[in-house]
Design a protein around this ligand. Structure first.
Ligand SMILES: O=c1ccn([C@H]2C[C@H](O)[C@@H](COP(=O)(O)OP(=O)(O)OP(=O)(O)O)O2)c(=O)[nH]1
Ligand SMILES: [Mg+2]
Length: 148
């Protein structure tokens, strides 16, 4: 699975001369994506930031939008809907929803690396409706049923 799959990428008008998303090291799981626009996100607020690129992800794969730990730890910045889901049939601009959990304005400059994207295989399910489900030890236990 470490062998990369080819993903077609379109540079949108807003991308200008931004570099393509890329892996920062030879073992990185995620490619950092950059802001194609400036933004300021106040504490407790969220913002939608375009990356300037659109993908044609091969069917059977998705791209997940995830936070960068450095922004989370140092600035309190996360991806609100992490992991964001880029569907294989989406042809629009990849955008990032950032949430500011810090106590200062988060200022985004164009070109800043604001999140990372991870390519992942997708297993879809075919739901078959039944009257009775098989019994399990967990049963209907959830939400701390095994202790907190
Ligand atoms: O962080 C994200 C999440 C989603 N998207 C785009 C790509 C994705 O394929 C599409 C739909 O995402 P999702 O299914 O999460 O949103 P929805 O609220 O279900 O919208 P829709 O009804 O369009 O599926 O929005 C992004 O650009 N960034
Ligand atoms: Mg959806």
């Amino acid at each position: 699975m470490f062998e990369p799959i080819e993903i077609a990428v379109k540079r949108l008008d807003g991308a200008g001369d931004l570099p393509l998303p890329s892996y920062e090291t030879s073992g990185s799981a995620g490619m950092d994506v950059r802001a194609a626009e400036a933004a300021t996100i106040a504490p407790g607020k969220r913002g939608l930031i375009g990356t300037g690129f659109a993908f044609a992800i091969p069917q059977g794969y998705e791209v997940q939008v995830r936070p960068r730990s450095g922004l989370a730890l140092k600035k309190g910045i996360s991806v609100l809907n992490t992991p964001g889901t880029i569907d294989s049939d989406y042809r629009g601009e990849i955008k990032v929803i950032l949430a500011n959990l810090g106590d200062e304005d988060f200022v985004v400059e164009r070109g800043d690396r604001i999140a990372q994207i991870v390519v992942a295989p997708v297993q879809r399910g075919n739901l078959v409706e039944v009257e009775i489900l098989d019994n399990t030890a967990r049963g209907t236990g959830g939400f701390g049923s095994t202790g907190v």
